[in-house]
Design a protein around this ligand. Sequence first.
Ligand code: G4P
Length: 526
Amino acid sequence: MPNTPPTPRRTFAIISHPDAGKTTLTEKLLLYGGAIHLAGSVKARRAARHATSDWMALEQQRGISVTSSVLQFEYLGYQVNLLDTPGHADFSEDTYRTLIAADSAVMLLDNRRGVEARTRQLYEVCKLRRMPIFTFVNKCDRPGGHSLELISNVEADLGIGIYPVTWPIHTSTGFVGVADRRRREVLLFGKGIDHGATLVTTRRIPLADPSLVEIIGEDAATTLRDELDLLDHAGHAWDDEAVLNGTLSPMFFGSALSNFGVEPFLHDFLEFAPGPLPRAAVPHEVLPTDDEFTGFVFKIQANMDPKHRDRIAFLRICSGHFLAGMTVTLARTGKTLRLAQPQQFLARERVEVDEAWPGDVIGIHDRGTLRVSDSLSVRGDVVFTGIPRFAPQYFARVITSDPLRRKHLDTGLRQLAEEGAVQVFYQESIAGPVPIVGAVGMLQFDVLLFRLDNEYGVPCKLEPLPFKLARWVRGDSNLIDALVEGRSRMRLFDAKGSSILLFEDEWALRHSLEKGAGLEFLEVAP
Ligand code: G4P
């Protein structure tokens, strides 16, 4: 059987801070990809989707999208798989894990704000994996800071090089187009009459064309030429390898709202972004061209329907050709399972699929067999080493009002931790270990309480702890204990017995790093 997909794959995720325009850009990518015909409906549908279970009631109460996952469409001969990274109140470990399943990332910046906290956090995960990062500077229809200044701020903040592929053109009437540095062209955007609901018209003029001055005016033309000269002489040179190892980010300018610059971005992004990358695994790295079917679970969507304990496990395919109904082996248990009724996600609709290829993500119905980071393959001998557990940022003590249900609580916490819904640690005390839960987003806690009550019959309360930072620590146990002093630090153990130290603030962390010379501090679980 030939082992090449019919269309090349591009599997990526968008990293951004809330409000930078991720929803708007996603929608415009779908518009350009022909997956929707009129923009302006995704947000409205957010609330109306899947209103069929208690789980969704939680989703609706909070006005968030817990269930969004993968969007697929074809564009310019590519199959585009856009992995949705929950970013608002629903920011959680799933957001990190989704990045692990992607082959590249698009960093979306607001032109006035540059790199913000959430973007920086997500960028760190991409950097850990040396993932290619493409930058889209959004909201250029509004005056922002100077683009050259933005570039130096991003470079200084993230320690990454920036190569502007397009460059914004502002005239007295506002943001009118972008220069395409590679093609030495200017792209002028037509004024839409429907506020970006449909595709924007684009006129292309060679940069050297004398009529440019008449069209955009003497001042804008001079500024543009001066700035492009500066970029050509003082900026980074294009370097394929640096782009692919994530040290040079191609940057694009535009406005997702008015569609300006979206198409040139999508076009070049699809060309430069890598297809499915080799994946770290034992006994050896898995190549997308390998014949054997392999994949790993990066997210589990629980309780789509609580009556059936129905869950969807999202599987990233890493090699081989997937066929619906195929039997695979779960490496963790050595047991086989049949992958029946796999789902894919076209625009916002779910459909059943017959086949899938490396880079694709499929949803598998699961009755509690699969866990986050499980490896599946035909022979069962491949184990992906890719999904780390990241240090949580919120911590709380779990308190149940019914001590007789402590066993149920422990079972619930163990299962929910295995599923990846929350991280569970234990604090040693005279009365026995006290469970402490950790999360990277507050929603994880709401979901935890909801599920402990609904699925395990253990109503609980959480008592928030004042810690914001954590590091797993390896080394002499007495030395670790010596770091725990006063109220600004706490030592816990995870399910594997590894020590983790919690810190109230940066100062407490820094102090421990200095004092704990000889110990190893890790941001991801050992
Ligand atoms: P998010 O998913 O990253 O949180 O951002 P979202 O797309 O929801 O956009 C956040 C706000 O920024 C929205 O305005 C949106 O219209 C606006 N926005 C997105 N792209 C652009 C752009 O290119 N230019 C400008 N000027 N604004 C943009 P809002 O007022 O909060 O919501 P809405 O009433 O417009 O829906």
